[in-house]
Design a protein around this ligand. Structure first.
Ligand code: F6R
Length: 607
């Protein structure tokens, strides 16, 4: 993962580099560092932990220089210590890196055999030595980078500085994103347009294998074959203002409460309420020839895909495969010609999902992407782009992006069904009506915040928590468990309710809270039977249901959380709210870092 930024500027750059890192902290926050060139020196400041530690160091010991690079790290190779923090430097060269150098071991051994001394455990440091070795031997820096890039395998976005060339910044990318920003007599490099937003909106996206040489008078981009190329300069449209928490204690809570608005915003682009029809932003896309859908995603986005599988099968009667992106490529999936491969991602940069997308394209699939970041790699590589309009999601645990994904996927299911001749105008009218009701129902769900807050101290001491659901509520159980474990660090598992008796029921005792997600409806009775099996063994149940469900089965539960009565189609959007709020309040009781939980990063750009 990691975020990188570089500036070839007119005046001091270090404050602006740190400001850029603040926008990149979602990519990792284990350590951070800055390097500039000034007075014939490569001068670095690095600090373990959050960016504020680096900012404090810079305050005490400022860094002059009109050219610089900076990095915020999510550790892959080597612990998150100051020695392993980027930039990595030799006497002649300093660089920052996002990605993984897969052949770093043989390279490091060879460099060490030639007498090079390493000061970190990172994979990155080999690149600094490879380039430096050549520069020290008198090779021109541009040629040194060009030839070094041929020696490294893996994924990288790099920004490189040279001690003896204070007007030269070189960038390169393969597998990890890198953009070039054009300012007034200044040029920038960044992991994304967001990092550069206060500096410029004029952005060129580098292609795979591109590298770029930035000097005072020229920006020259080369492709993977080292041929000079032009990459279009676009206006990013990303605002320079840092998003703030408003009156909320955490971004996560703010984002949970934003859901009715952003889901409504997203649905606006997918529903035509007057005509009582669903309509995708790309109205010309022909679904009639699609014979099969393969859904691929990671984490929370994968759970949105699991819900969509139920919908695509139910409404469109289409065969649907689903896989986590990190497994998809490696199991030789059989992809029929004429298939639609559907990728779901908040960031649009998740390395596993992006690699799976490229694999599916190579296998002749049509590529559809449900994505929240419109400038992301996935958005740019889609045949059918299905944007979510959740707005920037800052909390590491995904909330509003998830429910917006569900809204888009429900509309897509209806679209597929209509294209396949399986949706009558009446049925479509019903779907539009129910989807349009979702924001209000989510608002009603949010009104139970204080009850859920009151419940949190009872869940917080647990060592393990189980979540149960059936049908589309099964992925919601998985999502509830994921939310709880990632921000409260409590071990939690989601199970298909009916699967409990095949093993997991052995885990039940009176110390294990069991959260049962069971809206009244066709699957309710079956789920309640499984819930009773848990209660019979002393399990403490929290039942999340509507008034009807709670009246039927609430007795004997440790607690109940009442949701509005909704149509099963929108239940996943509504029931997402209490599981998010429960995880949030438990984490607050436990005092964890809700928005930046340990070991995680918002955008996972390594495989
Ligand atoms: C969980 C979470 C992660 C992401 C996953 C995929 O709260 O945020 O599980 O859902 O890393 O990320 P995207 O959606 O950006 O591809």
């Amino acid at each position: 993962m990691c975020g990188i930024i570089g500036i070839l500027g007119r005046d001091a750059v270090s404050d602006r580099l740190v400001e850029g890192l603040r926008r990149l902290e979602y990519r990792g926050y284990d350590s951070a560092g800055v390097c500039t060139v000034h007075d014939g020196l490569l001068d670095r400041r690095r600090a373990e932990g959050k960016l504020d530690n680096l900012a404090k160091k810079l305050l005490a010991d400022p860094l002059p220089g009109a050219i610089g690079i900076a990095h915020t790290r999510w550790a892959t190779h080597g612990a998150p210590t100051e020695d392993n923090a980027h930039p990595h430097a030799t006497e002649q060269v300093a660089l920052v890196h996002n990605g993984i150098i897969e052949n770093f071991k043989p390279l490091r051994e060879a460099l060490q055999a030639r007498g090079r001394v390493f000061t970190s455990q990172t994979d990155t440091e080999v690149v600094a030595h490879l380039v430096s070795e050549k520069v020290e031997a008198g090779v021109d820096p541009v040629e040194a980078v060009r030839t070094s890039l041929k020696e490294i395998h893996g994924a990288f976005a790099l920004a490189i500085l040279f001690r003896e060339h204070p007007d030269l910044l070189i960038g390169a990318r393969l597998g990890s994103p890198l953009v070039v920003g054009y300012g007034e007599n200044e040029t920038y490099l960044g992991s994304d347009a967001l990092a550069l937003a206060p500096l410029t909106q004029k952005i060129a996206y580098l292609d795979e294998g591109d590298w770029v040489v930035i000097t005072r008078d020229k920006v020259q981009i080369f492709d993977k074959d080292d041929q000079p190329v032009e990459r279009p300069v676009t206006l990013s449209g990303v605002t320079g203002a840092l998003i703030d928490k408003g009156n909320y204690r955490h971004f996560m809570l703010k984002e949970i409460f934003e859901q009715p608005v952003v889901v409504a915003q997203t649905l606006q682009s997918y529903l035509r309420p007057l005509e009582e029809q669903v309509a995708l932003p790309d109205r010309d896309f022909d679904f009639s020839k699609i014979s099969r859908v393969t859904i691929v995603a990671c984490g929370t986005s994968f759970y949105a895909g699991m819900v969509a599988k139920y919908w695509f099968e139910q409404f469109a009667r289409m065969p649907v495969d689903i896989d986590v992106a990190s497994e998809f490529r490696y199991r030789a999936p059989v992809l029929d010609p004429g298939g639609l491969a559907l990728f779901i991602s908040q960031s649009g940069e998740t390395a596993d999902t992006l690699a799976a997308l490229r694999h599916a394209r190579a296998e002749g699939q049509t590529i559809a992407v449900v994505v929240n970041v419109p400038t992301s790699s996935m958005a740019r590589e889609a045949d059918l782009l299905l944007p979510t309009y959740a707005g920037p999601e800052i909390g590491v645990a995904s909330t509003k992006a998830f429910t917006c994904q569900l809204a888009v996927l429900a509309a897509l299911a209806a679209n597929l069904a209509r294209a396949k001749g399986r949706l009558s105008p009446d049925a479509e009218r019903e779907i539009v009506k129910h989807l349009a009701e979702a924001p209000a129902a989510m608002n009603a769900a949010l009104s139970h915040d204080s009850e859920i807050e009151a419940l949190a101290p009872l869940i917080a001491p647990a060592r393990d928590v189980l979540y149960l659901g059936r049908g589309p509520d099964y992925p919601m159980a998985l999502e509830g468990a994921l939310k709880l474990k990632e921000i409260s660090y409590i071990h939690a598992e989601g199970y298909a309710a009916g699967e409990m008796k095949h093993g997991p029921i052995a885990l039940i005792d009176d110390n294990v809270p069991v959260i049962v997600i069971a809206p009244s409806g066709p699957l309710f009775e079956k789920t309640v039977s499984n819930m009773q099996e848990v209660q019979a063994r002393g399990g403490k149940v929290v039942l999340i249901s509507d008034a009807e469900g709670i009246a039927l089965a609430g007795e004997g539960c440790m607690a109940t959380i009442e949701m509005p009565k909704v149509h099963p189609l929108i239940a996943p959007l509504v029931y997402a709210v209490p599981v998010q709020l429960l995880a949030y309040h438990v984490a607050v009781v436990k005092g964890t870092d809700v928005d930046q939980p340990r070991n995680l990063a918002k955008s996972v750009t390594v495989e």
